[in-house]
Ligand binder design. Structure first.
Ligand SMILES: [Zn+2]
Length: 334
């Protein structure tokens, strides 16, 4: 199994300009408050989505949701969790989702295409090459980011494209297929991708199973998600700057991801945490919360503010799967 390390220098401001994300997080909290006070919105109790353990005790609450930190597989998850129907409404018409789409489509489009989208597409195509997989029959699942969808639409190696999006994209000017439900996607597919959606759905295990069922023998599943193994979450817990409850309904640990994919019958060909923002996020938090500097060792380390040490720390996190952003490639055995 491969573990990729991203060596180039990338500052936090290049991907997450603080003011834009601050407003997004505020709107996300408002949307969640609206959902929790809606008498028609259902909340569903669940076992640990990582290992199936029942009755995992509550570890903390955040923004009105109860989070559990599984002592067996270290997955962090919300239970009871908002039903998918309520989450779908927020993705279509919630203020935060509309603002995020606007932000990604205009303000941040150029830098995201360069730093995020192209790098993900190149990673998928390179992995297909390495495993001798023809990427022709392609399906993307769960994205409402039109800049991402547009980037994939232009990729010629994905010759037949299907997009399963919570948004109705049927009016798009392209010969791809668009559907709002994975059940309506034809398949089987040689490549399926799922970018930053598993942590935001109410039942990520069922979504994973449904994608695996639609994968050709020999085909590749690619996904990205947040990981509870990340230092930012381990150190700062519920106060971690990128921990916004509605966007982090399930955070699998790397060990839970590995076990789940094996149980689903897949060969994991890559499990990496190439996140580049953990150290910057912790440093920013400690700057804004001087009282937290009393965290033994870590407060001291960050107070020294030695750029070389901090860069080496981020590399250590990537190499040892302790960054909070995970990417996975897994193959359906031929
Ligand atoms: Zn568990």
């Amino acid at each position: 199994m491969r573990t990729t390390v991203i060596l180039d220098e990338l500052r936090i401001g290049q991907i997450k300009p603080d003011p834009a994300y601050d407003l997004y997080f505020r709107l996300l909290r408002l949307d969640l408050a609206t959902l929790l006070t809606d008498p028609d919105a259902t909340l569903v109790g669940r076992s640990c989505p990582g290992c199936g353990a029942a009755d995992v005790p509550v570890s903390f609450d955040k923004e009105g949701l109860l989070f559990h930190d599984c002592p067996f597989c270290h997955t962090v998850f919300v239970s009871p969790v908002p039903a998918q129907a309520a989450l779908d409404i927020l993705i279509k018409s919630g203020r935060s989702a509309r603002y995020r789409r606007e932000m990604f489509a205009h303000k941040l489009a150029a830098q995201r295409v360069e730093h995020v989208h192209q790098s993900l597409i190149q990673w998928m195509l390179k992995t297909c090459d390495e495993h001798d997989v023809d990427a022709a029959i392609y399906c993307d699942v769960g994205s409402d980011d039109e800049a991402w969808i547009h980037a994939v639409e232009r990729e010629a190696q994905f010759r037949e494209k299907t997009f399963v999006s919570p948004l109705d994209l049927s009016r798009r000017n392209s010969n791809a297929r668009y559907t709002t439900s994975l059940a309506d996607a034809a398949g089987p597919f040689s490549v399926i991708s799922c970018v930053s959606a598993l942590d935001k759905v109410s039942d990520p295990l069922s979504l994973l199973e449904a994608m695996v069922q639609r994968l050709r023998p020999g085909g590749l599943l690619f996904f990205t998600t947040s990981s509870s193994s990340g230092l930012e979450y381990k150190l700062l817990g519920r106060d971690a700057p990128s921990f916004c409850a509605l966007d982090r309904l399930t955070m699998f640990s790397v060990e839970a991801l590995q076990d789940l994919l094996q149980k689903l019958g897949l060969d994991v060909v890559e499990l990496s945490t190439p996140g580049r923002l953990d150290v910057e996020a912790i440093a920013a938090y400690l700057r804004e919360h001087p009282a937290a500097k009393s965290i033994p060792f870590w407060g001291y380390l960050f107070e020294r503010n030695d750029e070389k040490t901090l860069a080496e720390l981020q590399l250590f996190l990537q190499r040892n799967l302790f960054s909070a952003y995970a990417r996975v490639a897994a193959r359906n055995p031929a």
